[in-house]
Design a binder for this molecule. Structure first.
Ligand code: HEM
Length: 398
């Protein structure tokens, strides 16, 4: 007999095996309701995509975790927690730091940092997370933001500790808050410095960024807005790529034929990144709050309820992706867009950067470890608030 279906978005069991629980939710309870915690969760592609598009019904303004949402306190003034029209102004301004040209300008840095990491790794056995994927994205984003080299390690540590949650933890604890305050004070000072001495970095670009609002007035970002944004990308730009690269290495280890395809033809790398995003994205869900009553698949969701949009579940919806549990880098991604990078107004601002970092990492790993096996017994999983994945992933090369 099937066990009772329980979706606990903060449990160790879920973080370890999200796909199995999501499979059952899609089939048995596409509009899942958790009575004790009083939230809903959507898992089918059409429902997740429709909700992500409909910002009028599904608001981001309540925050991204249940505790934050329940507390009724206003979340920080970060882009992730804004609804239009406030979101549009913010996105218009911060976009200036993420133009295709700005992202392309990071390519040389990414290649250099990736190379440096691999040069110092043991060519026979190394930990893909500890020695590689947990290091290079932090280097890249702190460099892009404008954190001086001597402070980068410290800044990364603050962000990493602030983001890591223990199983069952649903809200920031005291350590989290201390780390956030440290990082905030640091970023704020950096913004003040760049106001007087601009440099070629993201903070200086954001200080100079201007757009017209709906009344035709010019608006720019305040110091605290830039501070919050710099911290947000410090987090959003590291944990995600760290976990995505590790998920890629794990997926290819289980599918050596797919790794061989890449060894034979590197032009397939972008398609491979897309397939890893679909097959095993580290961002397990996003959270919204209903602003009005809405009916999904015949189920009525009242106003004011938290709703989990489970993008990872949508990406394995068999109605949209044939044989969804098969990892196939030749899959035709033009048929349906995978939702790992979000959808709608909040879709990932760092998508191009994240894709580029992952592609460069794979390209270099193909040279570094054309043949490898994961030492599964020594692997360990970790989770942050909405992100989960490998904390240790040792491999034997050759
Ligand atoms: C490649 C791995 C990445 C994944 C899987 C990922 C995933 C996501 C998702 C799912 C969202 C939507 C959140 C929502 O709808 O509530 C998002 C938004 C965002 N991401 Fe990413 N992300 C990645 C990389 C990055 C990078 C490298 C950066 C920055 C350097 C970044 C910065 C952001 C920002 C600023 C937002 C908020 C956009 C907004 O609210 O308008 N992400 N990301």
């Amino acid at each position: 007999m099937q066990s009772q279906l329980t979706f606990d978005p903060y449990s160790e069991e879920f973080f370890a095996q999200p796909h199995e629980i999501y499979r059952r939710m899609r089939a048995e309870a596409p509009v899942y309701y958790h009575e004790d915690l009083d939230f809903y969760a959507l898992t089918r592609y059409e429902d997740v995509a429709a909700a992500a598009r409909d910002f009028q019904t599904y608001s981001s303004a309540g925050g991204l975790d249940l505790a934050m949402m329940r507390s009724g306190e206003e979340p920080p003034k970060a882009i992730l927690y804004m609804d239009p029209p406030e979101h549009g102004r913010m996105r218009g301004l911060v976009n200036k730091a993420f133009t295709p040209r700005a992202v392309e300008a990071q390519r040389a840095t990414v290649i250099e940092v990736v190379r440096r990491c691999l040069e110092s790794a043991d060519p026979r056995r190394f930990d893909v997370v500890q020695e590689f994927s947990a290091i290079f994205p932090g280097e890249v984003i702190t460099c892009m933001v404008g954190v001086p080299p001597a402070d980068r390690q410290q800044f990364r540590e603050w962000v990493q500790v602030a983001l890591s949650y223990q199983p069952g933890q649903t809200a920031p604890d005291e350590t989290t808050l201390t780390m956030l305050l440290n990082a905030a004070a640091y970023c704020y000072n950096l913004v003040l410095e760049r106001r007087t001495q601009p440099q070629d970095d993201m903070i200086s670009t954001l200080i100079a960024a201007e757009i017209q609002n709906e009344h035709g007035e010019t608006t720019s970002l305040a110091d605290d807005e830039i501070t919050v944004f710099a911290m947000l990308v410090g987090g959003a730009g590291t944990e995600t790529v760290t976990k995505l690269v590790a998920n890629a290495v794990a997926a290819f280890a289980r599918h050596p034929d797919q790794w061989q395809k890449l060894l034979d033809d590197r032009t397939k790398i972008p398609a491979a990144v897309e397939e890893v995003l679909r097959y095993d994205s580290p961002v397990l869900y996003t959270l919204r709050k209903t602003t009005r009553v809405v009916t999904v698949q015949g189920v009525t969701i009242p106003a004011g309820k938290p709703v989990f949009l489970c993008e990872v579940a949508a990406n394995r919806d068999p109605d949209v992706f044939p044989d969804p549990d098969v990892f196939d880098i030749d899959r035709d991604h033009r048929r349906a867009q995978q939702l790992a990078l979000g959808y709608g107004v909040h879709s990932c601002l760092g998508a191009a950067l994240g894709r580029m970092e992952t592609a460069i990492a794979l390209d270099h790993l193909l040279d570094f470890m054309p043949r490898y096996e994961v030492i599964w017994d020594e692997c360990r999983r970790v989770n942050a608030s909405t992100v989960a994945g490998w904390g240790q992933l040792p491999v034997r090369v050759g």
